[in-house]
Design a protein around this ligand. Structure first.
Ligand code: TRP
Length: 362
Protein backbone atom coordinates (compact mmCIF):
# COMPACT_ATOMS: atom_id res chain seq x y z
CA UNK A 1 0.00 0.00 0.00
CA UNK A 2 1.18 3.50 -0.79
CA UNK A 3 2.63 5.45 2.13
CA UNK A 4 0.94 8.82 2.28
CA UNK A 5 1.30 11.67 4.74
CA UNK A 6 -1.54 14.10 5.30
CA UNK A 7 -1.30 16.83 7.89
CA UNK A 8 -1.89 20.51 8.30
CA UNK A 9 -2.39 23.59 10.44
CA UNK A 10 -5.04 26.23 10.97
CA UNK A 11 -3.93 29.59 9.59
CA UNK A 12 -4.76 31.69 12.64
CA UNK A 13 -1.25 33.03 13.22
CA UNK A 14 2.40 32.52 12.48
CA UNK A 15 3.76 29.14 13.48
CA UNK A 16 5.92 28.95 16.60
CA UNK A 17 8.62 26.63 17.89
CA UNK A 18 5.95 24.52 19.62
CA UNK A 19 4.57 23.70 16.16
CA UNK A 20 8.12 23.16 15.01
CA UNK A 21 9.29 20.59 17.57
CA UNK A 22 5.81 19.07 17.81
CA UNK A 23 5.33 18.38 14.12
CA UNK A 24 7.03 20.56 11.49
CA UNK A 25 10.54 19.26 12.14
CA UNK A 26 9.29 15.68 11.85
CA UNK A 27 7.46 16.40 8.59
CA UNK A 28 10.67 17.65 7.02
CA UNK A 29 12.59 14.58 8.23
CA UNK A 30 9.89 12.30 6.82
CA UNK A 31 9.88 14.22 3.56
CA UNK A 32 13.64 13.93 3.25
CA UNK A 33 13.67 10.24 4.20
CA UNK A 34 12.29 9.47 0.75
CA UNK A 35 10.10 6.75 2.27
CA UNK A 36 6.78 8.29 1.33
CA UNK A 37 4.95 8.07 -1.95
CA UNK A 38 2.93 11.22 -1.37
CA UNK A 39 3.01 14.06 1.13
CA UNK A 40 0.09 16.47 1.51
CA UNK A 41 0.44 19.49 3.77
CA UNK A 42 -2.79 21.43 4.14
CA UNK A 43 -3.49 24.95 5.32
CA UNK A 44 -6.79 24.34 7.12
CA UNK A 45 -8.54 27.64 6.42
CA UNK A 46 -12.05 26.15 6.40
CA UNK A 47 -11.41 24.63 9.80
CA UNK A 48 -9.98 27.93 11.06
CA UNK A 49 -13.22 29.58 9.97
CA UNK A 50 -15.28 27.28 12.20
CA UNK A 51 -14.33 29.48 15.14
CA UNK A 52 -13.26 32.59 13.23
CA UNK A 53 -16.19 32.87 10.85
CA UNK A 54 -16.74 36.51 11.78
CA UNK A 55 -13.10 37.27 11.11
CA UNK A 56 -12.23 35.93 7.66
CA UNK A 57 -9.59 38.62 7.20
CA UNK A 58 -7.49 37.07 9.97
CA UNK A 59 -7.57 33.70 8.21
CA UNK A 60 -6.87 35.30 4.83
CA UNK A 61 -3.83 37.20 6.14
CA UNK A 62 -2.34 34.14 7.79
CA UNK A 63 -2.40 31.82 4.77
CA UNK A 64 0.80 33.34 3.47
CA UNK A 65 2.40 33.34 6.94
CA UNK A 66 1.84 29.62 7.34
CA UNK A 67 2.98 28.95 3.77
CA UNK A 68 6.19 30.94 4.42
CA UNK A 69 6.75 29.02 7.64
CA UNK A 70 6.32 25.72 5.76
CA UNK A 71 8.79 26.68 3.08
CA UNK A 72 11.26 28.11 5.55
CA UNK A 73 11.47 24.96 7.69
CA UNK A 74 12.36 23.03 4.55
CA UNK A 75 9.15 21.59 3.20
CA UNK A 76 9.94 21.30 -0.48
CA UNK A 77 7.08 22.00 -2.88
CA UNK A 78 8.71 19.72 -5.44
CA UNK A 79 8.26 16.80 -3.04
CA UNK A 80 5.34 17.81 -0.81
CA UNK A 81 2.00 19.12 -2.03
CA UNK A 82 1.18 22.32 -0.14
CA UNK A 83 -2.46 23.31 -0.53
CA UNK A 84 -5.41 25.18 0.95
CA UNK A 85 -8.36 23.28 2.36
CA UNK A 86 -11.19 25.52 1.11
CA UNK A 87 -10.07 25.12 -2.49
CA UNK A 88 -10.92 21.43 -2.48
CA UNK A 89 -14.75 21.23 -2.64
CA UNK A 90 -14.55 17.42 -2.53
CA UNK A 91 -13.64 17.80 1.15
CA UNK A 92 -16.98 19.43 1.92
CA UNK A 93 -18.84 16.82 -0.05
CA UNK A 94 -17.12 13.95 1.72
CA UNK A 95 -17.77 15.54 5.13
CA UNK A 96 -21.46 15.65 4.34
CA UNK A 97 -21.58 11.92 3.73
CA UNK A 98 -19.53 11.20 6.85
CA UNK A 99 -22.07 13.08 8.96
CA UNK A 100 -24.42 10.12 8.57
CA UNK A 101 -21.89 7.89 10.29
CA UNK A 102 -21.27 9.95 13.45
CA UNK A 103 -23.57 10.58 16.38
CA UNK A 104 -23.95 13.82 18.31
CA UNK A 105 -22.99 12.09 21.54
CA UNK A 106 -19.78 10.76 19.97
CA UNK A 107 -18.81 14.29 18.98
CA UNK A 108 -19.64 15.53 22.47
CA UNK A 109 -17.20 13.00 23.91
CA UNK A 110 -14.27 14.20 21.79
CA UNK A 111 -11.91 15.57 24.49
CA UNK A 112 -10.25 18.16 22.26
CA UNK A 113 -13.59 19.56 21.11
CA UNK A 114 -14.81 19.53 24.71
CA UNK A 115 -11.97 21.66 25.98
CA UNK A 116 -12.09 23.97 22.97
CA UNK A 117 -15.79 24.57 23.56
CA UNK A 118 -14.95 25.64 27.10
CA UNK A 119 -12.06 27.85 26.00
CA UNK A 120 -14.27 29.65 23.51
CA UNK A 121 -17.26 30.02 25.81
CA UNK A 122 -19.37 28.11 23.31
CA UNK A 123 -21.10 26.04 26.04
CA UNK A 124 -24.42 27.85 25.79
CA UNK A 125 -24.57 27.78 22.04
CA UNK A 126 -22.16 25.84 19.89
CA UNK A 127 -21.98 26.62 16.17
CA UNK A 128 -22.71 23.42 14.24
CA UNK A 129 -19.71 23.97 11.99
CA UNK A 130 -17.36 24.08 14.94
CA UNK A 131 -19.01 21.12 16.64
CA UNK A 132 -18.57 18.96 13.56
CA UNK A 133 -15.03 19.90 12.62
CA UNK A 134 -13.70 16.47 13.67
CA UNK A 135 -15.84 15.04 10.86
CA UNK A 136 -14.37 17.47 8.39
CA UNK A 137 -10.91 16.59 9.66
CA UNK A 138 -11.66 12.92 8.97
CA UNK A 139 -12.50 13.97 5.41
CA UNK A 140 -9.20 15.90 5.18
CA UNK A 141 -7.20 12.82 6.05
CA UNK A 142 -9.16 10.20 4.13
CA UNK A 143 -9.78 12.09 0.90
CA UNK A 144 -6.03 11.82 0.37
CA UNK A 145 -5.83 8.28 1.77
CA UNK A 146 -3.36 9.57 4.33
CA UNK A 147 -2.09 6.72 6.46
CA UNK A 148 0.52 8.63 8.45
CA UNK A 149 -0.53 11.82 10.23
CA UNK A 150 2.31 13.66 12.01
CA UNK A 151 0.63 16.03 14.46
CA UNK A 152 0.77 17.19 18.06
CA UNK A 153 -0.71 15.28 20.95
CA UNK A 154 -3.89 17.38 21.06
CA UNK A 155 -4.88 15.90 17.69
CA UNK A 156 -5.03 12.33 18.97
CA UNK A 157 -8.84 12.34 19.49
CA UNK A 158 -9.30 13.55 15.90
CA UNK A 159 -7.28 10.68 14.49
CA UNK A 160 -9.15 8.20 16.68
CA UNK A 161 -12.45 9.56 15.45
CA UNK A 162 -11.20 9.37 11.85
CA UNK A 163 -10.32 5.72 12.34
CA UNK A 164 -13.82 5.03 13.62
CA UNK A 165 -15.39 6.74 10.62
CA UNK A 166 -13.19 4.75 8.25
CA UNK A 167 -14.14 1.45 9.88
CA UNK A 168 -17.82 2.36 9.88
CA UNK A 169 -17.78 3.51 6.25
CA UNK A 170 -15.91 0.45 5.02
CA UNK A 171 -18.22 -1.90 6.90
CA UNK A 172 -21.52 -0.16 6.06
CA UNK A 173 -20.69 0.09 2.37
CA UNK A 174 -18.78 -3.17 2.27
CA UNK A 175 -15.67 -1.69 0.72
CA UNK A 176 -12.02 -1.03 1.42
CA UNK A 177 -11.87 2.36 -0.28
CA UNK A 178 -10.94 4.23 2.88
CA UNK A 179 -7.64 3.87 4.68
CA UNK A 180 -7.22 3.95 8.47
CA UNK A 181 -4.61 6.54 9.47
CA UNK A 182 -1.98 6.25 12.18
CA UNK A 183 -0.97 9.22 14.27
CA UNK A 184 2.75 9.98 14.44
CA UNK A 185 3.66 11.76 17.67
CA UNK A 186 7.08 13.17 18.54
CA UNK A 187 9.18 10.48 20.24
CA UNK A 188 10.78 13.07 22.53
CA UNK A 189 8.57 13.88 25.52
CA UNK A 190 9.66 17.52 25.68
CA UNK A 191 8.35 17.96 22.15
CA UNK A 192 4.88 16.65 22.87
CA UNK A 193 3.81 19.91 24.38
CA UNK A 194 6.46 22.57 24.52
CA UNK A 195 5.60 25.02 27.31
CA UNK A 196 5.46 28.79 26.80
CA UNK A 197 8.48 30.92 27.69
CA UNK A 198 6.65 31.86 30.91
CA UNK A 199 6.48 28.21 31.99
CA UNK A 200 2.75 27.94 31.30
CA UNK A 201 1.68 24.58 29.91
CA UNK A 202 0.89 25.77 26.42
CA UNK A 203 2.52 28.13 24.01
CA UNK A 204 -0.21 30.40 22.73
CA UNK A 205 -0.50 33.69 21.00
CA UNK A 206 -3.08 35.00 23.47
CA UNK A 207 -0.72 34.32 26.41
CA UNK A 208 2.13 36.18 24.66
CA UNK A 209 4.57 33.38 25.54
CA UNK A 210 5.56 32.19 22.07
CA UNK A 211 8.80 32.15 20.18
CA UNK A 212 7.87 32.35 16.50
CA UNK A 213 9.85 30.74 13.74
CA UNK A 214 9.89 34.15 12.10
CA UNK A 215 11.15 36.05 15.18
CA UNK A 216 14.41 37.88 14.47
CA UNK A 217 17.53 36.70 16.27
CA UNK A 218 17.52 39.50 18.84
CA UNK A 219 13.89 38.86 19.70
CA UNK A 220 14.65 35.19 20.33
CA UNK A 221 17.63 36.14 22.50
CA UNK A 222 15.45 38.46 24.61
CA UNK A 223 12.78 35.80 25.01
CA UNK A 224 15.29 33.13 25.99
CA UNK A 225 17.12 35.37 28.46
CA UNK A 226 13.88 36.24 30.24
CA UNK A 227 12.54 32.70 30.24
CA UNK A 228 10.95 31.12 33.31
CA UNK A 229 13.32 28.80 35.19
CA UNK A 230 13.26 27.77 38.85
CA UNK A 231 11.93 30.47 41.20
CA UNK A 232 13.77 28.88 44.17
CA UNK A 233 17.14 29.09 42.38
CA UNK A 234 18.04 32.56 43.66
CA UNK A 235 21.82 32.37 44.07
CA UNK A 236 24.13 30.55 41.67
CA UNK A 237 25.19 28.31 44.56
CA UNK A 238 21.59 27.25 45.33
CA UNK A 239 20.56 23.80 44.12
CA UNK A 240 18.29 24.12 41.07
CA UNK A 241 15.25 22.13 40.03
CA UNK A 242 14.51 20.74 36.58
CA UNK A 243 10.83 20.02 37.09
CA UNK A 244 8.81 22.70 35.29
CA UNK A 245 12.04 24.49 34.35
CA UNK A 246 11.36 25.81 30.87
CA UNK A 247 15.01 26.28 29.91
CA UNK A 248 15.75 22.61 30.51
CA UNK A 249 12.58 21.48 28.77
CA UNK A 250 13.66 23.49 25.72
CA UNK A 251 17.13 21.96 25.94
CA UNK A 252 15.48 18.52 25.96
CA UNK A 253 13.68 19.53 22.76
CA UNK A 254 16.59 21.19 20.92
CA UNK A 255 19.94 20.08 22.30
CA UNK A 256 22.13 17.42 20.67
CA UNK A 257 25.29 15.95 22.26
CA UNK A 258 27.53 17.63 19.67
CA UNK A 259 26.34 21.05 20.84
CA UNK A 260 28.44 20.66 24.00
CA UNK A 261 31.78 20.41 22.22
CA UNK A 262 30.79 23.44 20.21
CA UNK A 263 29.25 25.80 22.77
CA UNK A 264 29.81 24.42 26.28
CA UNK A 265 32.89 22.17 26.29
CA UNK A 266 33.07 21.96 30.11
CA UNK A 267 30.25 19.41 29.90
CA UNK A 268 29.98 16.14 28.00
CA UNK A 269 26.23 16.08 27.62
CA UNK A 270 22.88 17.32 28.91
CA UNK A 271 22.82 14.88 31.82
CA UNK A 272 26.04 16.37 33.19
CA UNK A 273 24.68 19.88 32.82
CA UNK A 274 21.48 18.92 34.60
CA UNK A 275 23.38 17.22 37.43
CA UNK A 276 25.47 20.34 38.00
CA UNK A 277 22.37 22.54 38.01
CA UNK A 278 20.72 20.30 40.59
CA UNK A 279 23.84 20.25 42.81
CA UNK A 280 24.08 24.03 42.77
CA UNK A 281 26.83 26.23 41.39
CA UNK A 282 25.44 26.68 37.88
CA UNK A 283 23.74 29.97 37.07
CA UNK A 284 20.64 30.39 34.91
CA UNK A 285 22.35 32.91 32.63
CA UNK A 286 24.97 30.41 31.55
CA UNK A 287 22.33 27.80 30.75
CA UNK A 288 20.19 30.33 28.89
CA UNK A 289 23.14 31.48 26.79
CA UNK A 290 23.79 27.88 25.85
CA UNK A 291 20.11 27.32 24.99
CA UNK A 292 20.14 30.42 22.82
CA UNK A 293 23.21 29.18 20.92
CA UNK A 294 21.59 25.78 20.39
CA UNK A 295 18.32 27.28 19.18
CA UNK A 296 20.09 29.80 17.02
CA UNK A 297 21.84 26.96 15.20
CA UNK A 298 18.48 25.43 14.30
CA UNK A 299 16.50 28.61 13.70
CA UNK A 300 18.97 30.69 11.70
CA UNK A 301 18.78 28.60 8.49
CA UNK A 302 14.98 28.75 8.82
CA UNK A 303 15.07 32.55 9.05
CA UNK A 304 17.45 32.74 6.10
CA UNK A 305 15.16 30.62 3.91
CA UNK A 306 12.18 32.70 4.99
CA UNK A 307 13.96 35.90 4.01
CA UNK A 308 14.51 34.48 0.51
CA UNK A 309 10.87 33.47 0.03
CA UNK A 310 9.64 36.80 1.43
CA UNK A 311 11.23 38.46 -1.63
CA UNK A 312 8.92 36.54 -3.95
CA UNK A 313 5.44 36.33 -2.46
CA UNK A 314 3.74 35.77 -5.84
CA UNK A 315 5.84 32.61 -6.24
CA UNK A 316 4.54 31.35 -2.90
CA UNK A 317 0.94 31.87 -4.02
CA UNK A 318 1.76 30.04 -7.25
CA UNK A 319 3.09 27.09 -5.27
CA UNK A 320 -0.15 26.99 -3.30
CA UNK A 321 -2.28 27.26 -6.43
CA UNK A 322 -0.42 24.43 -8.10
CA UNK A 323 -0.68 22.42 -4.88
CA UNK A 324 -4.45 22.95 -4.84
CA UNK A 325 -4.73 21.66 -8.40
CA UNK A 326 -2.69 18.55 -7.66
CA UNK A 327 -4.54 17.87 -4.40
CA UNK A 328 -7.88 18.33 -6.10
CA UNK A 329 -7.08 15.75 -8.77
CA UNK A 330 -6.34 13.20 -6.06
CA UNK A 331 -9.45 14.21 -4.12
CA UNK A 332 -11.70 13.82 -7.15
CA UNK A 333 -10.43 10.31 -7.68
CA UNK A 334 -11.12 9.23 -4.08
CA UNK A 335 -14.53 10.90 -4.04
CA UNK A 336 -15.50 8.99 -7.17
CA UNK A 337 -14.54 5.75 -5.44
CA UNK A 338 -16.49 6.78 -2.34
CA UNK A 339 -19.61 7.54 -4.37
CA UNK A 340 -19.29 4.24 -6.19
CA UNK A 341 -19.13 2.44 -2.84
CA UNK A 342 -22.20 4.40 -1.67
CA UNK A 343 -24.03 3.66 -4.89
CA UNK A 344 -24.55 7.30 -5.76
CA UNK A 345 -23.11 6.84 -9.22
CA UNK A 346 -26.38 6.86 -11.21
CA UNK A 347 -25.11 7.74 -14.63
CA UNK A 348 -21.88 5.78 -14.86
CA UNK A 349 -23.51 2.48 -13.90
CA UNK A 350 -24.81 0.88 -17.11
CA UNK A 351 -26.03 -2.13 -15.13
CA UNK A 352 -28.32 0.06 -13.01
CA UNK A 353 -29.93 1.62 -16.05
CA UNK A 354 -30.33 -1.75 -17.75
CA UNK A 355 -31.91 -3.30 -14.65
CA UNK A 356 -34.38 -0.44 -14.28
CA UNK A 357 -35.49 -0.94 -17.88
CA UNK A 358 -35.80 -4.65 -17.24
CA UNK A 359 -38.16 -3.96 -14.33
CA UNK A 360 -40.55 -2.10 -16.62
CA UNK A 361 -40.23 -4.56 -19.47
CA UNK A 362 -41.34 -7.40 -17.25
N1 TRP B 1 -6.77 20.41 13.63
C1 TRP B 1 -5.45 20.74 13.16
C2 TRP B 1 -4.90 21.86 14.03
O1 TRP B 1 -5.64 22.46 14.77
C3 TRP B 1 -5.42 21.18 11.72
C4 TRP B 1 -5.92 20.13 10.77
C5 TRP B 1 -7.03 20.20 9.99
C6 TRP B 1 -5.33 18.86 10.53
N2 TRP B 1 -7.19 19.08 9.27
C7 TRP B 1 -6.18 18.22 9.56
C8 TRP B 1 -4.21 18.18 11.02
C9 TRP B 1 -5.89 16.94 9.12
C10 TRP B 1 -3.94 16.90 10.55
C11 TRP B 1 -4.78 16.27 9.62
O2 TRP B 1 -3.74 22.17 13.97
Amino acid sequence: MAKTILTGDRPTGKLHIGHYVGSLRRRVELQNSGEFDKIFIMIADAQALTDNFENPEKVRQNIIEVALDYLSVGLDPKVSTLFIQSQIPELTELSFYYMNLVTVSRLQRNPTVKSEIQMRNFEASIPVGFFTYPISQAADITLFKGNVVPVGEDQEPMIEQTREIVRKFNSVYNTDVLVEPEILLPDNKACLRLPGTDGKAKMSKSLGNCIYLSDPEEEVRKKVMSMYTDPTHLKVSDPGHLEGNTVFTYLDAFCKPEHFAEYLPDYENLDELKAHYQRGGLGDVKVKKFLFAVMQEELSPIRARRAEWEKDIPAVYEILQKGCEDARAVGQQTLAEVKDAMKINYFSDAELIRAQQEKYNA
